[in-house]
Design a protein. Sequence first.
Length: 141
Amino acid sequence: MPYNILIVDDSSSMRKVLKKAITMCNIGHIEFIEAENGANALDLMNKNWIDLVFTDINMPVMDGFELIKHLKNDNLLGNTPIIVITSELRTENTEDFKINNIKHIIYKPFRPESIRELLINLLGLEECDESDNGEVEGIDF
């Protein structure tokens, strides 16, 4: 079964890095949808089924916090799992993430292998093979 993953980041190079890291996970067929800001992401989510969202926080037009708030208040899109991927995070934002359906925060730079276990858990896939140590860098909620 294919999975649709939306990557929201204003940096095209970061979107490429994240796509490569997800592809390296070998978890099955993935369709990537990309957005360069939250407004573009909302538009794409209204036109496509999305299984999982990776979003940056600091972006022009609509940042990641605004995107997350819009998603939380949408009856159809509000249950979509969200993973924040960011280079800066203030501890005072942690409580906002807990109440806004954020499943995990990953800090840039990250190791590609750290994403595999996270994807397996969030997409409800089979367990990792024994070569994976199962460690996921970041914060779970």
